[in-house]
Design a protein around this ligand. Sequence first.
Ligand code: SF4
Ligand code: SF4
Length: 159
Amino acid sequence: MTEQDKTSKEFWKEKRLSQMSHDEWESLCDGCGRCCLHKLEDEDDGQIYYTRAACTLLDVSSCRCKDYGNRETLMPDCIQLSVDHAEYFDWLPETCAYRLLAEGEPLPEWHPLITGDPTSVIKAGISVRDFAKPLSEVENLSDEVISLLEAGIASQDDA
Ligand code: SF4
Ligand code: SF4
């Protein structure tokens, strides 16, 4: 690979989010599934708390949406990410490529676009695969609050 080829493939360094093609935009998603966890918002200060409880449409083992094409209809609460709705980026985990790039930060070294390995997000402990629970197994959302960290999670007790 020449340096020019390499550079042209690193589109996330050269383009703003608004300049990316559909495929480039979609490839930024590392498949962590973190945005598909139920969240609680503190009514007093607006702080967002993540929980282990996964959206009903999330396949926890693969961290993929079971019906991505129809999610808007099936799950009206699902946030549709786009550059036109940057206000939602604050709800995204700090490890999410969309939020990082919107804030002028680089992609993390474990990101699949950098490693070339789609499983690197799992190896880095970023995927929710090992701790997310189907909503049907959760009795009380507030008992399932967690802190999402760069290297995994801390439970409510550890946080
Ligand atoms: S948090 Fe970001 S990178 Fe992870 S699944 Fe959601 S959109 Fe994709
Ligand atoms: S509908 Fe799909 S993409 Fe949206 S939160 Fe649920 S699992 Fe995630």
